[in-house]
Design a protein around this ligand. Structure first.
Ligand SMILES: *Cc1c(COP(=O)(O)O)cnc(C)c1O
Length: 233
């Protein structure tokens, strides 16, 4: 785990990259939120993010996040960005402030019932496999309208927008096309269903500038803030 001073330096670099990408795209940096991805790092990573004034951290495993959140007093939101299994839905609804990885219709009534029982409205994003990557979770673009329609029918869910992960590739054009496709899909769905779908969660350490150029409102950054992740055991 790096020292707080090093984290602040990394954060300054990321914020400068965000500002530069926004300037090139004629956008204001306030339109792009930074989600600190703390997966595999100790609970202290969330404390760092909170101390530096960030709004939220992202975790990709339900159990790991619950354990860290229990150790943490950081005033910061926790968001699930990893695949959600049906049998973890109740835990996810109880312990996360938002779930970005809603990728199939089957999850919706389960999440809605869990949120209902907790007496809360659960904000969600719909994860779309906009790069048609067989290695990635996410609903196909063609399934997105049905997924959104089902999500909007659940009173205890609030659909904030869409999320995607670009395919791993040396060719930046692949990521750019993936992000542009998610934005186009968002625009189509927002018009067709009459909902804002404000959030476009796209872009990570390696492709955040491209994502901002294509309209990202939420970049999810781990490595560039906290360094390389230790291998999972
Ligand atoms: C790990 C992860 C990230 C962060 O990736 P970095 O390359 O470390 O910035 C972003 N989004 C998701 C869904 C992830 O699982």
């Amino acid at each position: 785990m790096l020292r707080y001073e090093d984290f602040l330096q990394n954060l300054a670099h990321v914020q400068a990259d965000i500002a530069a990408a926004c300037a090139r795209a004629r956008r204001t940096p306030g339109e792009v939120q930074l989600l600190a991805v703390t997966k595999t790092h100790p609970a202290a990573a969330a404390e760092f993010a909170a101390r530096a004034g960030l709004r939220a951290v992202g975790e990709n495993r339900v159990q790991e996040a619950i354990e860290k959140r229990a150790l943490s007093t950081a005033p910061i939101a926790w968001e699930l960005i990893g695949h959600l299994q049906s049998n973890k839905v109740r835990l996810a609804a109880a312990h996360f402030d938002r779930v970005q990885s809603v990728d199939r219709e089957k999850l919706l009534p389960l999440l809605a019932r869990a949120a209902d029982e907790l007496g809360r409205t659960l904000p969600v994003l719909l994860q779309i496999n906009a790069g048609d990557d067989p290695a990635k979770f996410g609903a196909d673009v063609a399934e997105a309208p049905a997924l959104l329609e089902s999500a909007l029918a659940q009173r205890s869910l609030r659909v904030d927008g869409l999320m995607t992960i670009a395919p791993l590739s040396d060719d930046p054009e692949i990521a750019r096309r993936t992000f542009a496709r998610l934005r186009t899909l968002r625009d189509e769905l927002a018009a067709r269903f009459g909902v804002p779908l404000r959030e476009l969660s796209m872009g990570m350490s390696g492709d955040l500038a491209l994502a901002i150029a294509e309209g990202s409102t939420l970049i999810r950054v781990g490595t560039a803030l906290f360094g390389a992740r230790p291998p999972r055991v």
